[in-house]
Design a protein around this ligand. Structure first.
Ligand code: MYA
Length: 517
């Protein structure tokens, strides 16, 4: 299974190669002024991605939290194929008499690749009819020194009383509602909607399955607002068909403290997709958030929208490799045997750190102090008071798992480790397994030991709680343990966004300390 790591690196290289190949193919095609050659550029790359199979690893990802390097290759190949089609446009134009030279086509492609890498807008990029009207960073805006733009709010402050009182127009037959997450019937409706329609991996093999207990936890933090749990119902039957939520939070962004909404669980029933309902939902939650005098928001998504402040990656650590291979989450490399893989992912029977125990109510003040101090190191991090630490970090059965190490002499909490439980359903399971049990790394602080040691204990605890895989983003100091503990890189990006707050430069994931559920 060492192959999986090797294969990830090989894939990164092969992606770079595929860009060169795309350019070369494009150049050849333009030369011949033939469309099929360009189509082939896309197809060939897809075939390469499929052939290079090693760890298939795919998982539903929070907002595309997906494992599976070959899926990412395939997506890159698809993107390249789209770019190939762009070139076809050039070729068409050529036929119309405006003939591009080989070098002009190649130049255009190179320019596009470079611009895309820098997050700039080019005519070849998809336009964002909705997002281009919103107070968010835009691709291609001039953020260089001396340019007009400043860090901070994008729209000037308004008055909550200026916010309109009624929601945007839904298609006929639908109506707005607030989903009362204290009501068990409503919880069940939300659970059903998400279970059948929320985030899937690219190959539609896995879909997030947030439990009702999890949803209650994620949506009812201190000071939450019931009307920030926005639903859309079919008028006649009252069926819940769409959802978006906000919860209040405080974030420190490059030294500035911002009261904002964390937006999550945007979901539209599969039968109502591509009807521009998402922008209507987003405008409605914006209206309801603004009505509470809150003007900023943060959110994460797998999709690339204008314009992330950072791009993180999921990494995956197998805990039950046999099951992961059985369900198609992981594929063993050509030369890897199951017995070697089992050996590679073997963990000790119990945690190694002396004194590691469950976090309790009495730990709340000391965990708050430890975490608050630690989080000041990062450019973007939540600011949590004791009530919020109690809510987000005290253990909750089958939802959030938190442990501390207490120094016996000083009674200080020296270390804290936590993860949450977000299973995915296996959509077309061909085995007895119906669910992938995934633990997601949450907030961790190590002061009495290296982080890698604390996280090894987290893996053991997760395995002892019957999780199949442990997922972690490359945020904060996580890179210090990912490779060392045999995590494999996933394929989905998780983009971090701020609404109505500009920062001028993109941040590294290691500068981000925000984990949204
Ligand atoms: S991320 C999780 C998102 N959910 C899923 O992936 C579940 C499965 N998918 C679906 O349910 C639908 O495909 C969704 C889109 C609902 C995603 N974030 O209605 P449409 C833009 C933001 O025709 P549909 C999460 O929960 C798209 O670029 N925008 O599309 C965080 C296009 O706009 P533009 C998205 O496929 C959510 C427009 O929608 C996303 O039927 C943060 C198309 O609309 C996305 N994930 O539905 C929300 N996906 O033309 C933003 C597509 O411009 C919050 N789109 O490209 C902003 C802050 C608001 C509060 C502010 C307070 C101050």
């Amino acid at each position: 299974m060492r192959l999986s790591v090797d294969a990830s690196i090989a894939r990164a290289r092969s992606r770079a190669d595929s860009v060169s190949r795309a350019l070369a193919d494009a150049s050849r095609s333009a030369d011949k002024r033939r469309r099929p050659a360009l189509r082939r550029a896309g197809r060939d790359m897809r075939a390469d991605a499929d052939a290079d199979a090693a760890p298939r690893a795919a998982s539903a990802d929070a907002n595309a939290r997906v494992v599976g390097a070959d899926a990412s290759d395939a997506r890159d190949a698809r993107n390249d194929a789209v770019r190939g089609r762009d070139v076809e446009g050039d070729v068409d134009r050529a036929r119309d008499g405006d003939a591009p030279t080989v070098s002009s086509v190649v130049d255009a492609l190179v320019k596009h690749h470079l611009a895309e890498r820098e997050g700039k807008r080019t005519s070849r990029m998809p336009s964002h009819e909705f997002w281009e009207t919103q107070p968010v960073r835009q691709f291609g805006e001039d953020t260089s020194r001396g340019a007009e733009l400043r860090e901070g709010p994008i729209d000037p402050p308004k008055l909550a009383s200026e916010t309109s009182e009624s929601g945007g127009a839904l298609p006929p037959g639908y109506e707005w509602c607030s989903c009362d997450m204290t009501d068990s019937r409503t919880q069940e409706e939300v659970y059903e909607l998400l279970t059948n329609n929320y985030v899937e991996d690219d190959d539609a093999m896995f879909r997030f399955q947030y439990s009702q207990e999890f949803l209650k936890w994620a949506l009812r933090p201190p000071e939450y607002h019931g009307d920030w749990h926005v639903g859309v119902r079919l008028k006649v039957t009252q069926t819940l068909v769409a959802f978006i939520t906000g919860v209040p939070a405080k974030l420190r962004v490059k030294g500035k403290e911002i009261d904002l909404a964390e937006i999550n669980f945007l979901c539209i029933h599969k039968k109502l997709r591509s009807k521009r309902i998402a922008p209507t939902l987003i405008k409605e939650i914006t209206r309801r958030v603004n009505a509470k005098d809150v003007w900023q928001a943060t959110y994460t998504a797998g999709v690339l929208l204008p314009k992330p402040i950072s791009k993180a990656r999921y990494w995956h650590r197998s805990l039950d490799i046999k099951k992961l291979v059985d369900i198609g989450f992981t594929r063993l490399g050509r030369d890897a045997s199951m017995s070697r893989a089992v050996q590679m992912f073997k963990l000790a029977a119990k945690p190694k750190s002396e004194g590691l125990r469950h976090m309790t109510e009495a730990d709340v003040p000391r965990v708050t102090a430890l975490l608050s101090k630690y989080l000041t190191r990062f450019a973007v991090a939540p600011i949590m008071n004791e009530a919020e630490v109690r809510h987000w970090l005290l253990p909750r059965e089958d939802v959030v798992f938190s442990y501390v190490v207490e120094d016996e002499k000083t009674n200080k909490i020296t270390d804290f480790v936590s993860f949450y439980n977000l299973p995915s359903q296996i959509i077309h399971s061909k085995t007895k397994h119906k669910t992938l049990k995934a633990a997601y790394s949450y907030y961790n602080v190590a002061t009495s030991m290296p982080l890698v040691k604390l996280m090894e204990d987290a893996l053991i605890l997760a395995r002892n709680n019957a999780f199949d895989v442990f997922n972690a983003l490359d945020l904060m100091e996580n890179e210090s343990f990912l490779s060392a503990l045999n995590f494999g890189i996933g394929d989905g990006n998780l983009h971090y966004y701020l609404y109505n707050w500009r920062i001028l430069e993109d941040l590294e994931p290691s500068e981000i300390a925000l984990v949204l559920t």
